[in-house]
Design a binder for this molecule. Structure first.
Ligand code: TEU
Ligand code: CA
Length: 561
């Protein structure tokens, strides 16, 4: 298999707003990030992915960009940015920027012009349609609830926005738009960045007819219409063009965030022959605790389903493309609260989840605070939430669907994106050492116990365990390049798999429960000798691997010859 630096790397995601505030305004910033680069180096990180740092009115925390070539004032200046890149590179790390080009902010100059008149030169930069029978051009529902169409009275037409109404969708059909995007990407690459994480990249090509959804697929007036824009008609054409004009000129890494992507479609994007991107972020494992794909409709997750999802991705991409491995990011609940046990077994289960994920084939992504086992939060009131998606759902559910707020709050506690956006917990001082001012969003009250200062100094912390996990990757090519195979497919408590490279094997055994299930090696499983590689509890090294009892959330990895 072809060796690549981005296959061997571990990526750390920074959500700048919540990472570290250096000037007391309550908002994380670039100088704050620079202060913490040594912390990331100590953890062993190779690549840092920055959530958007561009100029933005912050309707969606920077995912609504008003100028792609400026740094958000609150985060600092272009000089600060350049210094940060130099400091990252000086430490032997790389930087990946977020590329948000499905939409801009409505305050982007292109849109300010576009909405002025039907013959404005920028009109066609966005997607405008006349209404239908005095209503929206179609009954599509936006990701943040409500219609995907917003009426604009200046020209008596509607514009499309798959996300908030302050995030109008760019018209990728227009070659000028595409060229603007490619020029902007090149401009950043010339500033020495090392790649892009591409926001919602598989929805940029839409069915231009914008047909109504006739069979209701959800409550309310607006319906999910993703079949008309996910992996749309011209998506591969656009990405091939982007590859030819931009990506192929640089040794960079690319990862495309892709809604509703399944492995057989993903191969078209990431295959090493004529694919366009290195990796995709899929959402299939993020849906196993939701009913009917509705993230707010909670259900306990099923380990068998998790095995199916992960194994399908591992096997379908094997030898063809490359997987990204993540359990958390700025849009997801905290994994230790979601898939582990953030009460009795917080430390054990966080280590188990990290091990289970990092030992698979692919590039692991660590989201800020995951290395500390940061947990979900319950804010006292809906007023304390900031996330666009959460507020949109709350409003829709209470106003349009007549639901009781009490009924909705448990979903918000479990799934709100704000769970991931509470400030990074640096120490046990006020506001967790994140800011000397008032944080823009509430700090999780558990920071006295869960914080980086404690973790760095505690040899048994999740942080130090992650360090070890990451170091092992550097010294053992099998972790990067070994082939994955699932064993014990039907076990409901234990997730076990192997990795194979040449004569070497890794055996990974992970208990996803607070019970004590017995692991039994499948009969005839070949090995000559074994050695403990990493584990989250003390293990008697003489213990046979043929059969053993697992402690709650125990994980063990053995190296076999
Ligand atoms: O996310 C797209 C996306 O799929 C989520 O917002 C989605 O709505 C949610 O996770 C599912 O419940 C990207 C960014 O990561 C997100 O922060 C932005 O809000 C969004 O695009 C718009 O740019
Ligand atoms: Ca600040």
């Amino acid at each position: 298999m072809e060796k690549k630096w981005w296959k061997e790397s571990v990526v750390y995601q920074i959500y700048p707003r919540s990472f570290k505030d250096s000037n007391g305004d309550g908002i994380g910033d670039i100088n704050g990030i620079i202060e913490k680069l040594d912390y990331l180096k100590e953890l062993g990180i190779d690549v840092i992915w920055m959530s958007p740092m561009y100029e933005s009115p912050n309707d969606d925390n920077g995912y609504d960009i008003s100028d792609y070539q400026k740094i958000m004032d609150e985060f600092g200046t272009m000089e600060d940015y350049e210094r940060m890149v130099a400091e990252i590179h000086k430490r032997g790390m790389k930087i990946v920027m977020d590329l948000v080009v499905n939409h801009t902010s409505d305050e982007h100059n292109w849109f300010v012009e576009s909405r002025k008149s039907k013959d404005n030169p920028y009109r066609d930069y966005y997607i405008w349609r006349p209404g239908k029978d005095g209503k929206e051009p179609s009954n599509w529902q936006s990701y943040f609830s409500g219609s995907t169409w917003e009426y604009d009275k200046t020209t008596d037409e509607y514009y499309l926005h798959l996300f908030s109404k302050k995030q109008p969708d760019l018209n990728w059909e227009n070659p000028k738009v595409r060229q603007e995007v490619y020029d902007m990407m090149t401009w950043w690459l010339e500033k020495d960045i090392d790649g892009f994480r591409m926001d919602m990249i598989n929805v940029i090509s839409k069915n231009k007819d914008f047909p109504d959804i006739t069979r209701k697929n959800r409550e309310g007036n607006y319906q999910w219409a993703s079949k008309h824009f996910v992996n749309g008609p011209k998506i591969h054409e656009y990405l091939q063009e982007m590859k030819e004009k931009v990506l192929s000129n640089y040794d960079i890494m690319t990862v495309g965030e892709m809604q509703e992507i399944i492995p057989e479609e993903a191969v078209k994007y990431v295959n090493s022959e004529d694919g366009t991107l290195n990796m995709v972020f899929h959402f299939q494992h993020m849906r196993i605790d939701a009913r009917n794909g509705n993230k707010w409709d909670l259900k306990p997750f099923d380990l068998i389903e998790l095995k199916e999802v992960m194994t399908t991705w591992q096997k379908e991409l094997e030898g063809k493309g490359w997987n990204s491995l993540y359990l958390s990011n700025h849009d997801q609940a905290r994994p230790v609260s979601r898939f582990g046990n953030d009460k009795e077994y917080r430390i054990e289960s966080a280590k188990m989840l990290g091990t289970w994920l990092h030992m698979m084939q692919g590039t692991p992504y660590v989201y800020q605070g995951e290395e500390l086992g940061m947990t979900n939060v319950k804010f006292p009131s809906i007023e304390d939430y900031h996330c666009r998606e959460t507020l949109g759902m709350y409003e829709d559910a209470t106003k349009n669907l007549g639901k009781d707020p009490e009924e909705i709050m448990p979903s918000i506690y479990a799934k709100s994106r704000d769970n991931a956006r509470t400030p990074m917990q640096w120490d046990d001082s006020e506001n967790a050492g994140f800011t000397e001012g008032t944080p823009w969003i509430m700090v999780n009250p558990n920071y006295k116990e869960i914080n980086a200062k404690q973790a760095v100094n505690d040899p048994n912390s999740i942080f130090n365990y992650y360090r070890k996990l990451i170091r092992l990757r550097k010294d053992n090519p099998i972790i990067v390049y070994g082939t994955y195979d699932l064993i014990l497919k039907d076990d409901e408590k234990i997730y076990a798999y192997t990795r194979t490279l040449g004569n070497e094997k890794l055996l990974v055994v992970a208990n996803f429960t607070s019970e004590k299930p017995i692991f039994k090696l499948p009969e005839g499983f070949p090995y000559k000798s074994y050695q403990l590689f990493i584990a989250n509890y003390d293990v008697d090294e003489g213990e046979s691997i043929e059969s053993f009892v697992l402690k709650p959330y125990e994980v063990r990895v053995y190296k076999l010859d």
